[in-house]
Design a protein around this ligand. Structure first.
Ligand code: SIN
Length: 311
């Protein structure tokens, strides 16, 4: 390794490195979260939880694709009380623990945020963007609902709250969402969730390749990196510095992480690459990022953060 300092912080919570797991693959039970605790992931991020345990959507609900994956997991999780109970064990790994919650109503999110506010968890990420629940719209695409939810969940305690956003594709939506976020004490946003409701068809079988929702699912991995970068960049330009940004979407090597750094991300999360390659990916991406930055003469993340150069 070289001397590039990859340490960072989110809402004052120190992270030893720039790279952590995303709420998504392999972070649902204690065994999986322990593997993340023992890896180089800078934090332990849980699967998005709901009030009650969920089996999730019918199988097959995940398929690898050449440059990523499509999934419609449907929030399989153990229910929030199980994650509350796990926090002391997870904290033993000596790194921050981040809980992801994904209620089906404002009331659900109030119940879960209130409970985690009383716990030793370090950060709370509220998922406003799961595209895979039949009959439930993504909160992040409903600005009225977003505002109502933010008003309720940011008033429940001092533990830092972040929001996982859906990808946006129109400048008016970036501006509208940024203006809402500025009105509440949101400490960070996580950009982006998968691109929801995409369809991959197998021309041989003439069927979709996943079962839930007639084959509609979230597109993940390298396909979505340009969209993730644009969302991080747009929000970095629109928000004040008191709202930090965690980048996610298509990071599978150190150069990908560096691109998110240039766009303005304070930390990044890895989902599909972790799903496909396992926990060693965190150490590899970290080493690649450090080497790439060292070769450019950078000493620390701040040297390049948000410093995308004009063409
Ligand atoms: C899922 O469990 O369906 C994925 C979670 C998400 O997209 O937020």
């Amino acid at each position: 390794m070289n001397n590039v300092d990859l340490s960072t912080q989110i809402a004052g919570v120190a992270l030893d490195s720039y790279i952590m797991n995303a709420s998504g693959p392999k972070c649902t039970n204690l065994e999986e979260l322990t593997v993340i605790g023992e890896s180089n992931s800078a934090a332990i991020m849980t699967k998005s939880c709901t009030i009650a345990p969920r089996e999730g959507n019918p199988l097959p609900r995940y398929q690898d694709l050449p440059l990523g994956s499509i999934q419609s997991m449907g929030l399989p999780n153990l229910g929030y009380k199980a994650y509350l109970e796990m926090i002391p064990a997870l904290k033993q790994h000596g790194k921050p623990v981040v809980v992801s919650i994904s209620g089906f109503s404002v009331e659900d999110n109030i119940e879960m945020v209130s409970a985690f506010q009383q716990s030793d968890v370090d950060l709370i990420e509220v998922n406003f963007s799961c595209p895979n629940i039949v009959g439930k719209a993504q909160v992040a695409y409903d600005f009225e609902q977003t505002e109502k939810s933010l008003a309720a969940i940011t008033a429940l305690g001092d533990k830092p709250i972040g929001i996982k956003l859906a990808p946006y594709f129109d400048m008016s939506h970036f501006i509208a969402m940024a203006n809402i976020l500025k009105r509440y004490p949101v400490k960070f946003i996580t950009c982006i969730n998968s691109i929801g409701n995409t369809l991959v068809i197998d021309p041989i079988t003439e069927q979709p390749i996943i079962k839930p929702k007639g084959g509609f699912g979230g597109l993940c991995g390298e396909y979505i990196k340009p969209i993730g970068l644009a969302n991080v960049r747009a929000f970095r330009q629109l928000l004040d510095d008191d709202i930090q940004i965690i980048g996610v979407g298509g990071i599978s090597n150190g150069v990908d992480a560096f691109e998110y750094l240039l766009a303005g991300a304070d930390a990044v999360q890895v989902a599909t690459c972790f799903e496909k390659q396992g926990p060693n990916c965190f150490q590899r991406i970290e080493a690649e990022l450090a080497l790439f930055m060292a070769n450019k003469g950078y000493d620390c993340l701040a040297d390049a953060k948000g410093r995308l150069k004009p063409l």
